[in-house]
Ligand binder design. Structure first.
Ligand SMILES: NC(=O)c1ccc[n+]([C@@H]2O[C@H](COP(=O)([O-])OP(=O)(O)OC[C@H]3O[C@@H](n4cnc5c(N)ncnc54)[C@H](O)[C@@H]3O)[C@@H](O)[C@H]2O)c1
Length: 251
């Protein structure tokens, strides 16, 4: 895959899947704009890319704030020009059953997981149209399956699949929009997981292991690349067969 001369914006790029994907895009020659709520984390990933010979810029961007999006657009246009790829990946998950989730906690998760994509469209759809660009949005296997304490998070992930379809129709043929649906991926999200959580995650997929953030990154690069030129409105599972295998007793 070749992203030389293409400008790729990543949200939630300071850690985990976003950081791994930023490094993958950089390896394929892109100018990567690593953004995160945690500006220092974004900077550190960008510095790591530059240190290994790539091209990157770190920016603080809280995806719920339209002023942060506007500020990012000004800086990116000055540094690199129009954006060719947007990877909407940042998220918020508050694990609680629905009846114990406050209205504020509920609304905040919708604002981050859903509203962030809306604001990316407001800010960068013109760039994507002008460059025949691509958008990739991170959903999850939670879009399809129920997990304890994950109500509103799962609903936003299901919504991201529908929204990606809608955006694909709305902005095609110039812009392709796809969703990636990770299964259990070894990021800091799993730092507090118990042996039982790992056991269920690992036995629950056909590969019998946790996925790596780089494996999601590779799929994102593919969906954003010219190699996926006739793929739009797709939902690509990167879950090691988690969705294919529901009977844990079978392993
Ligand atoms: N790790 C998994 O097992 C898994 C499984 C399915 C889906 N996902 C999805 O993958 C994506 C990345 O998850 P991860 O595991 O890499 O998490 P992570 O916590 O390692 O990284 C998420 C990043 O998002 C940033 N962020 C949070 N709120 C933000 C905001 N308002 N604005 C900008 N940035 C913000 C955080 O600072 C962090 O750097 C998420 O969309 C998540 O739902 C992860």
């Amino acid at each position: 895959m070749d992203f030389k001369g293409r400008n790729v914006l990543i949200t939630g790029g300071g850690n985990g899947i976003g950081a791994a994907t930023a490094k993958k895009f950089a390896g394929y020659g892109a100018n990567v704009i690593v953004t995160d709520l945690d500006g220092a984390a974004a900077d550190s990933v960008a510095k790591e890319i530059v240190g290994s010979g790539g091209i990157a810029l770190g920016l603080k961007l809280d995806i719920t704030k339209i002023e942060d999006w506007n500020d990012a657009a000004t800086k990116i246009h000055a540094a690199y020009g129009k954006v060719n790829v947007v990877f909407n990946n940042a998220y918020l998950k508050i694990v609680k059953p629905a009846h114990l989730t406050s209205v504020e906690e509920w609304d905040k998760q919708i604002d981050v997981n859903f509203g962030g994509i809306h604001k990316s469209v407001i800010t960068f759809i013109q760039d994507l149209q002008d460059t025949n660009g691509a958008m990739v949005n991170t959903a999850s296997v939670h879009a399809h399956f129920g997990f304890l304490g994950s109500g509103v998070y799962a609903a936003t992930k299901g919504g991201i699949v529908s929204l990606s379809n809608q955006l694909a129709v709305e902005y095609g043929p110039k812009v392709r929009v796809n969703a990636v649906l990770p299964g259990p991926i070894m990021t800091r999200v799993w730092d507090t997981a118990t042996d039982k959580n790992f056991d269920e995650a690992i036995r629950g997929n056909a590969m019998h292991r946790m996925g790596l953030p780089e494996e999601v990154g590779e799929a994102v690069c593919f969906l954003a690349s010219d190699k996926a030129s006739f793929i739009s409105g797709a939902s690509l599972l990167v879950d090691g067969g988690f969705s294919a295998q529901k009977d844990l007793s079978a392993t």
